[in-house]
Ligand binder design. Structure first.
Ligand SMILES: *Cc1c(COP(=O)(O)O)cnc(C)c1O
Length: 355
């Protein structure tokens, strides 16, 4: 006898985590911060340790108030989750059910396809254009009466490309007002392009736009699981219903507040990550790799059939990255030493490959 289970889950792969790295190797597979936690953040967490026998506050009043002030929005628009990946799941559950469509570019964030299928909805994947960017005209053409949600990952994971302001404004204006557009800004702090659409502004100017932010990347709190949405009030109300109760720990809330208070220190670190990203990009471009200009904390190599070879060379050089066989590799921007290793490992690949 086999158990009754949901047949639709057969098409859902388990989430594939970035590979772990051996001791001493450079773990550049998950877009984490290369910096260890700030002392002020560790202090804030320590202060909360004495009350971990209590449930956290679901409303998270202090963090919510500080985020509302930061973004100049009413606190009612802000909802939290155990990482923004949980908030992305909440957004799907809030607006889409069996038979409804959820659209996103592909390739984009690995979690989207699974989250959509788990919700019972139908994923609609629109290929990136030849520049590894969102193909907004194609996405617009793919909207149907069943479309309920459109993710715009900006900058895009894993290609690092941005959707420009004017193009996204026009897209939003053309999409039916009853379709929710979610701008996933996990990497927004690393963008130096000045052309990217500002998600929070778009939220303020449109009734059907939500923004997704995380403390995992620029703020270095990946291990504590905390992210948030800024969404229209009717959506935010439903996000609070579908959220798993007590999903966001008190320690995560405290660390997030402390991080907001340490914005200056964090921005120095973010600038370092950006500088290393640029160094890595330039070195790989000079070496002849098909690298894509990135505004996130990683660089994408459009490696196609060379993907696994390049991954192996990097592994030999003590670097663990995220490889998508047949498609390309994403290398997170790490410390200076990490990027030195990437450059050393890949310089030798090209010599071999071009012989
Ligand atoms: C990393 C990432 C997230 C969220 O990560 P959490 O740790 O769950 O906050 C969301 N969206 C994209 C595109 C990401 O790359």
């Amino acid at each position: 006898m086999t158990l009754h289970q949901r047949p639709s889950l057969q098409s859902v792969p388990a989430y594939k985590q970035g590979k772990p790295a051996a001791a001493g190797a450079s773990k550049l597979s998950s877009n984490e911060s290369p910096h260890s936690p700030l002392p002020s953040v560790l202090d804030a967490i320590s202060e909360g340790l004495g009350t971990i026998h209590r449930y956290p506050s679901i409303a998270a009043p202090q963090l919510t108030a500080e985020l509302a002030a930061l973004h100049q929005v009413d606190p009612q628009h802000i909802t939290l989750g155990a990482g923004s990946v949980e908030v992305a799941a909440q957004l799907i559950h809030a607006v889409a059910a069996e038979g409804d469509e959820v659209m996103y570019a592909w390739r984009s964030f690995e979690a989207y396809p699974s989250l959509v299928r788990i919700a019972g909805a139908t994923p609609v994947e629109v290929p990136l254009d030849a520049d590894s960017k969102h193909d907004l005209p194609a996405m617009l053409a793919a909207v149907t009466e069943k479309t309920r949600l459109i993710f715009i990952c900006n900058p895009n994971n894993p290609t690092g490309t941005v959707v420009e302001a004017k193009a996204l404004e026009d897209f939003i204006a053309a999409v039916p007002r009853d379709v929710l557009i979610v701008i996933d800004e996990a990497y927004v702090h690393f963008d130096r392009s000045a052309v990217r659409a500002d998600g929070v502004e778009l939220f303020k100017n449109n009734p059907n736009v939500a923004v997704l932010h995380t403390f995992s990347k620029a703020y270095g709190l990946a291990g504590l699981r905390i992210g948030y949405a800024i969404s229209p009030l009717e959506v935010a109300e439903n996000l609070r219903k579908v959220a798993i109760p007590f999903g966001v720990s008190d320690l995560a809330q405290r660390a997030a507040v402390a991080s907001l208070h340490a914005a200056d220190e964090l921005s120095v670190r973010i600038n370092e990550v950006v500088a290393q990203r640029e160094r890595m990009y330039e070195a790989l471009e000079v070496a002849g790799y098909p690298v894509v200009k990135s505004q996130a904390n990683f660089v994408w190599i459009n490696a196609g059939d060379d993907t696994l070879d390049i991954e192996a060379k990097l592994a030999d050089g003590g670097v663990v990255v995220r490889a998508f066989p047949g498609d390309g590799l994403r290398i997170s921007s790490g410390s200076e030493l990490d990027v030195d290793r990437v450059i050393a490992a890949l310089a030798s690949v090209r010599e071999g490959a071009q012989a």
